[in-house]
Ligand binder design. Structure first.
Ligand code: ATP
Ligand code: MG
Length: 351
C-alpha cells in the first residue's frame, strides 16, 4: 500500500523553493494518497542546538502547511520530537549505516564547511534520522526537492542493508512484504522508498546566484522569495534577480548555459502549472524587462493568499499546538507498531 511521508525543518522562513519543491506537491498528493507531513524539529538542532525561536518557527511551518491546503483531519500533521520512535529508530540506523556513507553526503560537506571536525555529530548523522522518519511509517513515497535525492538513495541503502542483515529473522517472524529489487522479488521488512522529484523545477536556485539553491539559511534575503513576502518585496526581488542580457529563447534548448534564465522560466512554469516549453512559446523573443513583471504578478497571485491564511492561522498558537498534539498521537500509534516489530527482529527485549 502506498504511503507518503515528508518533512520540513523549522530553520527559518519558508521560501519559494520549499513551496515548489515540497509544499505544492504535499497538497497535490492528498487526494490520491494517505500522507504524513512532519515539522522535523530534531533535524533543526543539527545546525544550531540553541534556537530561541524554535517553538515559534515550528508553529510557523505548521501554519504554512495548513495555509497551503493540507487537511490535518484527513492526513497527519505533527512535529517530530513528539514521536520519540523517530529517535529510537535513528539510533538503530546509526548502527546499520556506515560512516563512509555519511561522509559522502554533499549536504553534510556543504553545511559543515571547511571546519568539518567541528560540525555536530548530529549533522553527520542527519540522513540516518531522515531514513528513520520515513521508514518508521514504512512510507513508500517521499515528495522532496532535488537537493534531497542523495539522502533518499541513502534511505534505500539503509532499508536494504537492514532487510539483508536480518533476512532470516524477518522471514521467521513473517514480518516481510514482497518487493521488487531490480529483477528480483525480495521479502523485506522496510520498503525501498521512492523519491517524488518531478515537475518543471526540481531545484529552485538563488535569485542572486544561478549555481546555488534557494535556501532558508542563505544570509542574503534578496536571494529568496519568502512565503510571507508582500507584493512589493516580491516584485523588488524579481526585478533585482540576476539575469543575462539576452532575450528569452523560443525553445528549451536555448536555455542551456543560461542558469538564471532556466531558473526563472522554471519558476513561472511551476507556478502556472505549465511546462517550460509552454512558457517559452508565450515569452520567446521577449526581454527580461517584460518577463519579470509577468513573473512577479504570477508569484504574488499564488503566494499572497497563502501568506494571508498563514497570518490568520498564526494568530491562534493554541490551535496550532492542538493540531500538532493530535497529529502526534496518531503518528505515534503507527510508529510504535513498526518499532514493536523492529525490536523483535533485532532481539531487543520489550513488552
Ligand atoms: P535549510 O537551509 O535549513 O536546509 P531548506 O530551505 O533546505 O533549509 P529544508 O527544511 O531542509 O529547507 O527542506 C524542506 C523541503 O524543501 C525539502 O523537500 C527540500 O528538498 C525542499 N527544498 C529546499 N530548498 C529547495 C529548493 N531550492 N528547490 C526545491 N526544493 C527545495
Ligand atoms: Mg535543507
Amino acid at each position: 500500500k502506498e504511503l507518503v511521508f515528508s518533512g520540513v525543518q523549522p530553520t527559518g522562513n519558508l521560501h519559494l523553493g520549499n513551496y515548489l519543491g515540497a509544499l505544492q506537491k504535499f497538497v497535490a498528493l492528498q487526494d490520491s494518497h494517505e500522507c504524513i507531513y512532519c515539522v522535523v524539529d530534531l533535524h533543526s538542532l543539527t545546525a544550531t542546538l540553541v534556537h530561541e525561536d524554535l517553538a515559534e518557527q515550528t508553529r510557523s511551518i505548521t501554519a504554512a502547511f495548513l495555509a497551503a491546503g493540507i487537511d490535518p483531519k484527513k492526513h497527519i500533521v505533527f512535529n517530530q520530537s513528539q514521536v520519540m520512535q523517530h529517535a529510537e529508530l535513528a539510533w538503530i540506523f546509526n548502527c546499520v549505516a556506515r560512516i563512509g556513507w555519511m561522509n559522502r553526503m554533499t549536504q553534510f560537506k556543504d553545511k559543515a564547511g571547511k571546519d568539518r571536525e567541528n560540525a555536530s555529530l548530529g549533522l553527520l548523522a542527519y540522513p540516518s534520522l531522515m531514513a528513520a522518519d520515513i521508514l518508521v511509517y514504512r512510507a513508500t513515497h517521499v515528495p522532496v526537492g532535488d537537493d534531497q535525492k542523495q539522502h533518499l538513495e541513502l534511505t534505500r541503502d539503509i532499508a536494504q542493508k537492514f532487510n539483508n542483515d536480518f533476512s532470516s529473522r524477518i522471514a521467521d517472524l513473517c514480518y516481510g512484504v514482497e518487493m521488487d529489487v531490480g529483477e528480483e522479488k525480495v521479502n523485506g521488512f522496510f520498503p525501498l522508498t521512492e523519491p517524488l522529484i518531478d515537475g518543471p523545477v526540481t531545484r529552485v536556485m538563488s535569485l542572486r546566484d544561478g549555481s546555488k539553491k534557494m535556501s532558508k539559511s542563505d544570509p542574503s534575503d534578496l536571494s529568496r522569495i519568502n512565503l510571507t513576502d508582500d507584493a512589493d518585496a516580491i516584485s523588488k526581488k524579481i526585478k533585482k534577480a540576476k539575469t543575462d542580457p539576452e532575450a528569452l529563447p523560443s525553445e528549451e534548448a536555448g536555455l542551456e548555459g543560461r542558469p538564471e534564465a532556466l531558473n526563472l522560466v522554471g519558476i513561472y512554469a511551476a507556478l502556472s502549472g505549465k511546462t517550460r516549453a509552454d512558457v517559452l512559446a508565450d515569452f520567446g523573443g521577449r526581454q527580461f524587462s517584460e518577463f519579470k513583471p509577468a513573473l512577479a504578478d504570477l508569484a504574488v497571485d499564488k503566494l499572497s493568499p497563502i501568506a494571508t491564511e498563514m497570518r490568520r492561522i498564526s494568530a491562534d498558537p493554541g490551535y496550532i499546538d492542538s493540531v500538532l498534539r493530535e497529529g502526534s498521537g496518531r503518528a505515534r500509534e503507527k510508529a510504535e507498531a513498526t518499532m514493536k516489530m523492529v525490536r523483535e527482529i533485532i532481539g531487543l527485549i520489550g513488552d
